[in-house]
Each structure stands twice: as C-alpha cells, then as structure tokens.
Design a protein around this ligand. Sequence first.
Ligand code: ZN
Ligand code: ZN
Length: 367
Amino acid sequence: MSSYAERRARLVAALDTAELDALIITHPPNVRYLTGYIGSNGIGVIGRNGERLLTDSRYAVSARHQVGDDVEVVIGPGDLTAVLAGAVVALAPGGRVGLEAAHTSMLRGAQIAASLTARDPAIQVISDVGRVEALRLIKDDDEIASIARAAGMVDAALASVLAAGIVGRPERDVAFGLCTELFQLGAEGSSFEIIVAAGPNGAKPHAVPGERVIADGELVVIDLGAIADGYCSDMTRTVPTGPLPDALTRAYAVVAQAQAAALAAVRPGITCAALDAVARDVITAAGLGEAFGHGLGHGVGLEIHEAPRVSREGTETLRPGMVVTIEPGIYLEGVGGVRIEDLVVVTEDGARVLSHSPKPSVSSITG
Ligand code: ZN
Ligand code: ZN
C-alpha cells in the first residue's frame, strides 16, 4: 500500500468512528497529504465507498501523474461545485458528509451545501474540523527525512552567508542572499518570508527585513526555512556582531538557557503546555517573562505552522513522530531581541534535533 493509500485508510477509519460517510477536503496541504496532488485548485472526496480528486483542466496531466491509479481524477471547470456534488452523491448517497469547516469560507460552504442538497436532499453536510490534521501530527520516516533535508539546506545557507560577512550590509540584502543560497541548494522555496532583524528591529518577532545596515556590536535575529519535497523547515539564530550592551548579553544568556532546558525536556508524554513552561519559567525567573510574548513553538510539516501548538494553551501531548520547533525569545523594545529556534523530532525516548547550525556561545558575545 502506498503511503497515500495508507493515510486514506486511516482517514476512513476515523470517519467511521465519527459516523461520517465521506469527507470533502478543501485545504490544499490536506489534499496533498492524502492524494499527492499539488496544485491550486483541487478538492478531495474520501469515504469508505471510494476516493476522488477533483481539479480543472490546467492540472489534468499533472494530477493524474501525482495521484496515480488509486484515486479517480475528475476534471471539471474552474468552479468545481457541480463536479463536487456529482462525486459526493456517487460516493455517499443520502449520507452524512463532513466538510473541512476551518478551511472553507461561509460563502463556499453554503454553495457546496446548496449544490449537494439540490442533487440529493437526504445528504447532510456536517462541519468537520482537524480530522486530517490529526493524522498529519505524526510524521512517517519519509516525511521526517524530507524535513531533515529542508533543515540541512537552512544550515548550509546560513553558514555560507555568515562566512561572507553580514556587517555593513542592509538586512534585506542578507535576506536575499539567504534565499538565493536556499534555491542553489535545491530548495523548492523559502518556507516563509525570511527574517533578518538587526539591532532594535530584533525586538519585533516578525520583523520585515529593511534597508537598515547591520552595524558592529548588535544582535541580528535571522529566522529562515526551506521547502524540500513540499515539507518545511524552520530555524532561528541570533548572531552578535561584536561586544554588546549588558542588557542584550543578559537576554541572550537567558534565552540560551531557556532553549537548552526546553530541548532537554522534549520527550513523549509531556504536554505542550508543560514544555512551554520549562522555557518560560527560566525567562520569568530572570525577570523577563513579559518580554517573551509568543508561544514556545509549533508543529512543522507540509505547513510552516501546523499542529501541535507548543504554548501555554497547548493541550496536545507529545508523541513519537511529532516535529516541533523550540523557539523562546526575549524582545526589548528600542534595544533589540533574541530568539533561538531549533527543529526537533520527538523520538521514542526523547528528541532528535534536526537543526545543526552552531549557536554563538554566551562567552563569545560578552566581548
Ligand atoms: Zn522560525
Ligand atoms: Zn518557528
């Protein structure tokens, strides 16, 4: 059984438990996960009576190639509403049909429901949330290998750009250099807009690289990710460009300590909230809790931000095969910021770190 067929079989089992006869899959990463289809206009219909992938003529050739023979590919017009209704009525007549509510606008959901019930008044359309995402939580070996490959590209790109020197260059020039390196290393793209935030700009966790020229004696937050085989990576390093003011040296030391503590705590059975607390407690004990506003991390896979959320509110318990980031930060408005982020895969007895870029040691930044 192909990995796609195996995923679909697990989805059908989950649908049985939920007493759903089929699920309409509208979220592109979920469609890709279940069928292999890569494109901007594809809907999956998966149920115990069969599987269809609906797309339009622009993707006819590539969809048949990507999806293989297991799943029937239906080519419709650009608006797939009518072919979707035909597929659902064929696979789940009079049935209870789930619709991915988190990824379908109210307008689109109403159109789909109206079109289905016009064909088959007995069909019930049920809002369904997180069912494919629950399968995606646990990565198989091939997925982990792709994520590790994407992480390796980031390590190599950062090493190359840092070796060339970043002082005296505008942030956006460094970001462009990193992006170019990623493509040269074979990445399909950058998994998000690369962040290069120097000096006070580092206090903005999602800063946009600008014209500011990187100077001596400041911290530069560099956050980047690559895409390999459709899978994302994500890593941040904070790089000193010379001796720093005491506030930044101290912030760096605290984040480094918090990140190391959280990395050491990653293992099956810990809840995401408890893991967040491991790092947060270190930062709070240093009197800087207010300066760490975001969660400790997030899942990474076909999407750069996916389940589980590693935050104070994170209810998920870590299990082997989950891939998450560990990225505490301290942001001091007007002064600068620090974030250190690694990508890890949860193993049977702990974690394997997939990011290997060196981290500047605390002693190296005190000048
Ligand atoms: Zn990141
Ligand atoms: Zn991240």
